[in-house]
Design a protein around this ligand. Sequence first.
Ligand code: GDD
Length: 409
Amino acid sequence: KVVAVIMVGGPTKGTRFRPLSFNTPKPLFPLAGQPMVHHPISACKRIPHLAQIFLIGFYEEREFALYVSSISNELKLPVRYLKEDKPHGSAGGLYYFRDLIMEDNPSQIFLLNCDVCCNFPLPDMLEAHRSYGGMGTMLVIKVSAESANQFGELVADPITKELLHYTEKPETFVSDLINCGVYVFTPDIFTAIRDVSFQREDRANMNHVSSFESHLSVTRAHPIDFVRLDQDILSPLSGKKQLYTYETTDFWEQIKTPGMSLKCSGLYLVQFRFISPNILADGDGSKSATIVGDVYVHPSAKVHPSAKIGPNVSLSANVRVGAGVRLISCIILDDVEINEHALVINSIVGWKSSIGRWSRVQADGDYNAKLGITILGEAVTVEDEVVIINSIVLPHKILNVSVQEEIIL
Ligand code: GDD
């Protein structure tokens, strides 16, 4: 049997995702019309002999309860949310719930970060992992040398694929091969995590004997049960024939900011075109709006037939789109109203917002820049004939004059 664990983090982790994380946990923010965490979960469904999926995080239980029960029904597979009482780090969180994870006595455990966007080649990773015979196999990808330092950089043996060297977000360049945050382990991973905690306990005790001061500093820097997968496990275990790599050449992105969520929403829409095209809007029939490229429209959304939408547009529940509206590259969240002849480009429009007639909400679409996409928080009103360019607007604002390159607090 195999189980999968998805690390979802908690409210203190999603700060770069503001203002979109104010009222929705980041893992439930919709990409291509599905919660972010839905994409790795549905990829897990392709793992042979999968017994259970666990989501581990420190968000309140009730925030995940509804989603977890509906996805369990849909996949006909138990999906459980396990809440940590405090952050234990990416490996510490796994260890904290080891008894529940090992309940079905799995021979392999997948571990996935929830904030990565890729095609999750999990069955191929499992096959490679079995052939390597190590304790763990991680998904890796080549990125540009300039961007590599945002990730864990690593060196792998070109023939055996063994992980030889690993450094988390190094200051000086190590390698353009990076950690994708997707792993498969044997249950020996729990022993490796336990050893880190034990070593730390020993060190803390020793320091306690020699000096009270240094004991304080050790425990403050690393509480004994806080273990990071990258620094505390991957680095020390590299070059010991225990960890191996599986390289993907397909798409991969990390989703830390609203800009990247818009980009990844588009990547998942393109993927739906190949794996489940029925989810996408087809634009057939004279009563339907004009659809360009890959677009998701929630069944409860109402779109005027003279509107033109796409590519990379996702419309959530109860969105209303008026006559002559043009939408390009945007995520429109629940209960938004977009009135006649408005235009939205490279933007995310928050829940219950409204955009007036002939208004424009737009940006130049540089997904990595701070103001590269326009974001309207929850319940923002843009009045008629107002232009909002490259701006972030916090919840509940009413905009009756045009703004450009501004953060409206
Ligand atoms: N449950 C739980 N508890 N989850 C956590 C905790 C925790 O205490 N801390 C982090 N996570 C989750 C995050 O939500 C995320 O999904 C994942 O664990 C990794 O988060 P971080 O430890 O903050 O690392 P990162 O995202 O900056 O970088 C990691 O992922 C990159 C790929 O996206 C590293 O492993 C990098 O090497 C890697 O390139």
